[in-house]
Design a protein around this ligand. Structure first.
Ligand SMILES: [Zn+2]
Length: 1058
């Protein structure tokens, strides 16, 4: 029986399967599904009647797509990377209709399409098939307008035979419009194009996390404090069957943006675009499931903010006051505090800032400065009278007090939140200025205020509403239905008064029936090792750094949430991260699941055994009695947003599973010589344990959604089967009846990998110091190891030049040290107080800076000439292949002599900035300059091992573009027969960079350049490269060697070499 594909005609998931099958000439039985509820999948691929796949790209791979993945490690990694990117970036962006994310994806794709018109090589790969299948319905539905080069990329693919045949097969005779229709229905079943609205009879929950200010890169403390905690809760709500939406976005208006724009020489819009993307990318990497991640500068923001202003004005809650402010005649504007400096009135320090003196620490008003200077023009500003509008908070305080009294009780506000709120109310509210002399903001719709905008503290919380309005035109269904909607807000503790006092007062003042905040989840601070995380000082691990560590997002999510500063501050420690990963995730949770799946496969043919009455059922029943209350408690804790406590309970369950496994020695129980009764007991217990695995899949899902996906794949269960409904919770009482007997499990997958002490040490060294001073991934991880290597090699040429800081980084560093004395706090807005909200945030550690600088490093590193003294040797070794006459190449026999294999040393290796599975290396191969090479070894060889590694490289391949990074050679690696191990081919001790590697009897002169269009020389030769039983790399059984001896691999015997 061949594979059977069940799908609705025009489903893009089936499209990729059909194209892959057509390309590989695999026959697939098509069994069109009936028009179903769009929320139901309606898509599956049954491979043999037992195993079925519901993930589209995996299905495409299994029916011929595998043959569309190139054989060599690097090219394969590149294709895998793009295939994953399709699933992880492109599909979600389209499903969410997130215009900015779609735009970013298309730009990334445009940069990836090579000159051949494909993502890699001369023809379509699995990646092209998947991306094409994702784009086609979205473009047919006109959700996306494609422009060159993407439009021509798609057209080129569409014209190819397998793509035509695949489309036809997928449509089953329907019109191509069907692609669009099915996609629109999928969106409706998902989110956004038909947005979720409150539903009668359901619990409707609107979740927000504090809007991150756009001029900075968020650090881990910010991430766990807001978006990640909110995401965990939002995922829990959806899992529980509540009708929940999660709104967030970047807060983009204000002086901070203007200042940042001046610093970077960009417009405010450009700054916002840049940092909005940085934020969006980081959150997407962390798997944050926003229903909308918007931005504040939208016309909805203007409309709603101005409406609220008008209503406040009509209700008489606005008062006008005049004040004196510094005005720069040269710049033609009033100066924000940070744009003024002068002598401190308290200590006479010469360079005091407008808001604070760095010398004595006193808070200042810019008008107090002696001899003030305008920072924009260097001229002396003058005092001018200006008028501003103030919100009359004192007149709103009674209404506000009533709201606080009722809601804090109803919504279970935490003590830390109540304390701050009570202090504000007790001290008495004062009128609060809501306008500013600025341009970058929401215009104030009042006469005489044409040059003014709303102050960010007034404007930013309205962002929650306008971002919802960008999500749905019917935003009032969420925001003006207080009886039907619970508003739950997440933030760091410095943001509390804005959400419990000022924003509620603003809304109350309008007299409209707003949905006011009901529950609030406030985090304390996360500290970094022995210091405070600080955006302004660049201390700690930032969102973009997390990705570069190679530690997967689910591990970060787990660690941060399990360590969430819920009641008090908590500390981020690398050793703790490793300990939690190794002990809790790997040894406890991962080990349990892995054991159960493996055991079921080994002893029960991968089928869940039937539970039978008897001793096994009694034990399982007891287990259920223990487990069910835990599940119940988990749900209760998360309903109260006790995120940190709830996840402990999942581990209690996996511990119980592990214990049962050990206590009853299931491995022994099933042995041949044991009585039938024992075997039955064992079968029943295994059935209960698979039930436990399903329960764990549910409980970890708000924390580690991709881990849950992997568990479900192993269980071969759909996500809908583990919803934490009351029914499911009731069924956890009998875990041995949770999954039906005879249900076939999927293959075992490893869920977590160990973090070693060396990695901990490496990360610690790498992230010590400020972010702006660190080498960026593109600029070579200047780890201790690399530095040592460089010293040992005694080189100061290209390598040293490569890690020297370019001007941009130096500048950033200068700014960093200058900014180091800036007050902490105000890292998100709406912030703790107006002063720091307006502060430019002094963000020298901006990601954009650093990576741009990294790019420069990379570009110039190759242009630096070799150090003196080394030159002569290198000249001798350089390009011996030059003599080879091009004409003769065609007729030569195809063997290893034509491949130019050389000894190389990796000067430095770093993670490819745009592809998770690729390294970029600089390799000294005896030439004047090191070569830049891209290798797909990230999953196989730790970054630290790459540094300084001695390798064998193919130097006469045509340079290839690997996701925008040129690769000028290929590193040889051996792959074990089962594909599990990949190791570098190592040249013999004593061989020098540039030494030729060859096989005895094949001494010919290598081709100058192996042209893949003429003959696939390397591809052919590679089929005869292998490691022998002595772990020696061989060609046709003859050792590959230099004059110093043969090349070897570490452990792989009989491995293929490429
Ligand atoms: Zn002072």
């Amino acid at each position: 029986m061949g594979p059977t594909l069940t799908f609705r005609p025009g489903d893009h998931r089936a499209l990729r399967v059909c194209i892959a099958a057509a390309a590989a000439d695999v026959a697939v039985d098509c069994s069109p599904a009936k028009a179903t509820d769009p929320a139901q999948s309606g898509f599956s691929l049954s491979l043999d009647g037992f195993t079925s796949l519901s993930q589209a790209n995996a299905a495409a791979r299994s029916v011929g797509g595998e043959r569309l993945v190139p054989k060599d490690v690097t090219a394969a990694a590149l294709v895998e990377d793009w295939t994953e990117w399709d699933e992880r970036c492109l599909q979600p962006a389209l499903r969410q209709g997130n215009a900015a994310a779609i735009q970013a994806c298309l730009q990334e794709l445009a940069a990836g399409v090579t000159s051949t018109g494909f993502l890699h090589g001369q023809g379509p790969t699995l990646a092209d098939v998947c991306i094409y299948s994702t784009l086609l319905p979205a473009t047919t539905a006109q959700l996306v307008q494609l422009v060159p080069p993407i439009s021509s990329y798609v057209e080129r693919l569409a014209a190819l035979g397998p793509f035509k045949a695949g489309s036809e097969a997928c449509l089953c005779g329907a019109s191509p419009r069907t692609f669009a229709e099915v996609f629109a229905q999928e969106l409706a079943g998902g989110r956004s194009v038909h947005p979720q609205l409150p539903v009668a009879g359901k619990r409707n929950i609107m979740i927000t996390s504090a809007l991150p200010y756009v001029n900075n890169v968020p650090h881990l403390g910010n991430i766990v404090g807001c978006v990640l905690s909110a995401d965990c809760y939002a995922r829990f709500c959806r899992l529980r069957g509540h009708n929940a939406i999660f709104m967030c976005g970047t807060d983009e208006y204000g002086t901070a943006t203007e200042t940042k724009a001046l610093e970077e020489g960009l417009t405010c819009q450009q700054i916002c675009d840049k940092y909005n993307k940085i934020h969006a990318d980081i959150y997407s990497w962390f798997g944050i499931s926003f229903d909308n991640f918007g931005r504040t500068p939208t016309w909805q923001q203007t409309e709603i903010a101005q409406d609220i202003f008008q209503q406040l004005s009509e209700a008489g809650f606005l008062v006008e006051q005049t004040m004196e402010q510094l005005y720069s005649e040269a710049a033609g504007k009033f100066l924000a505090d940070r744009l003024v400096s002068g002598r401190c009135p308290k200590c006479s320090y010469e360079d005091a800032r407008g808001d604070q003196c760095d010398n004595c620490g006193n808070l200042l008003n810019p008008t107090e400065l002696i001899d003030p200077i305008c920072k924009l023009t260097g001229t002396r500003p003058v005092l001018r009278t200006t008028k501003h509008l103030f919100l009359d908070l004192p007149r709103l305080s009674q209404q506000l007090q009533d709201y606080i009294d009722t809601t804090s009780d109803l919504g279970g506000w935490t003590t830390n939140c109540l304390q701050v709120t009570k202090a504000w109310m007790r001290d008495g509210l004062k009128v609060r200025c809501i306008t500013r002399d600025l341009r970058w903001g929401t215009p104030v719709p009042a006469e005489g205020y044409e040059d003014k905008v709303f102050y960010v503290w007034f404007d930013a919380p309205i962002g929650y509403i306008s971002i919802t309005a960008n999500y749905t035109d019917e935003w009032k269904a969420w925001w003006q239905r207080p009886q039907d909607v619970d508003l739950v807000q997440f933030m760091g503790k410095d943001n509390v008064p804005f959400h419990t006092v000022i924003f509620p007062a603003t809304l109350l003042g309008t007299g409209k029936p707003w949905t006011m905040m009901k529950s609030i989840s406030v985090t304390e601070y996360l500290n970094y090792e022995d210091d405070k995380f600080s955006k302004s000082r660049g201390i700690g691990v930032f969102g973009n750094d997390a990705k570069d560590t190679g530690i997967p997002p689910e591990v970060w999510r787990y660690y941060l949430l399990a360590n969430r500063p819920e009641q008090s501050d908590s500390v981020f420690k690398w050793t703790d991260l490793a300990a939690k990963t190794n002990n809790e995730l790997l040894n406890n949770l991962g080990n349990f699941i892995s054991r159960v799946i493996a055991f079921t496969h080994a002893r029960f043919g991968g089928k869940v055994p039937a539970a039978v009455p008897g001793r096994g059922a009694e034990i399982a029943d007891e287990l259920g009695m223990q487990i069910q209350p835990i599940v119940q408690q988990y749900v209760e804790l998360l309903e109260k947003i006790k995120i940190r406590e709830a996840i402990r309970l999942a581990l209690v369950i996996s511990s119980a599973g592990n214990k049962l496994f050990q206590d009853y020695k299931l491995f022994d129980m099933i042995k041949e010589d044991r009585p039938e009764e024992d075997k039955q007991t064992c079968a029943t217990l295994v059935s209960a344990l698979t039930g436990l695995v399903a329960i764990l899949a549910a409980l970890v899902s708000p924390y580690m959604p991709t881990t849950t996906d992997k568990i479900l794949e192993q269980l071969q269960l759909p996500a809908s089967s583990i919803l934490l409904t009351d029914d499911f919770i009731a069924r956890t009482r009998l875990p041995h009846h949770l999954i039906s007997a005879g249900h076939q499990l999927g293959a075992r997958q490893l869920l977590f990998t160990r973090i070693s002490d060396e990695e901990v040490a490496q990360h610690r060294a790498r992230f010590s110091g400020k972010q702006s001073e660190r080498a960026t991934p593109a600029g070579a991880a200047a780890t201790a190891e690399t530095a040592k290597f460089i010293q040992k090699q005694g080189k100061s040429g290209p390598v040293a030049a490569g890690i020297e800081k370019p001007a941009a980084v130096k500048q950033a560093k200068a700014k960093a040290s200058k900014a180091a004395k800036a007050p902490a706090g105000a890292e998100q807005s709406p912030g703790p107080n107006a002063v720091s909200l307006e502060a430019p945030g002094a963000s020298p550690a901006a990601n954009g800076d650093a990576s741009a600088a990294g790019g420069q490093q990379q570009a110039t590193a190759n242009g630096v000439s070799a150090p003196e003294g080394k030159t002569s040797k290198k000249e001798k070794a350089a390009k011996p292949a030059k003599a080879s006459p091009a004409a003769a190449e065609v007729d030569q026999p195809v063997d290893v002599s034509r491949v130019d294999l050389r000894v190389g040393v990796i000067c430095k290796a770093w993670r490819h900035p745009g592809a998770d599975s690729l390294y970029v290396e600089e390799i000294d191969c005896g030439e004047a300059e090191p070569r830049q090479v891209v290798s797909g070894l990230v999953k196989h060889i730790p970054e630290a091992e790459m540094q300084g590694a001695r390798v064998v490289i193919v130097t006469n391949l045509k340079p290839a573009n690997m996701r925008s990074v040129k690769s000028h050679a290929m590193v040889l690696a051996a792959t074990s027969p089962d594909g599990s191990t990949v190791e570098l081919v190592t040249p013999p001790e004593g061989a020098a960079p540039g030494d030729r590697v060859g096989a005895a009897g094949f001494e010919g002169v290598p081709d100058k350049l192996l042209d893949p269009k003429k003959a696939k020389v390397f591809e052919t030769v590679a089929t005869e490269l292998a490691s022998n039983s002595e772990r020696i790399a061989c060609y046709r059984g003859i050792p590959l060697a230099t004059s110093a001896g043969p090349c070897t691999v570490k452990s792989v015997v009989g491995g293929s070499i490429r």
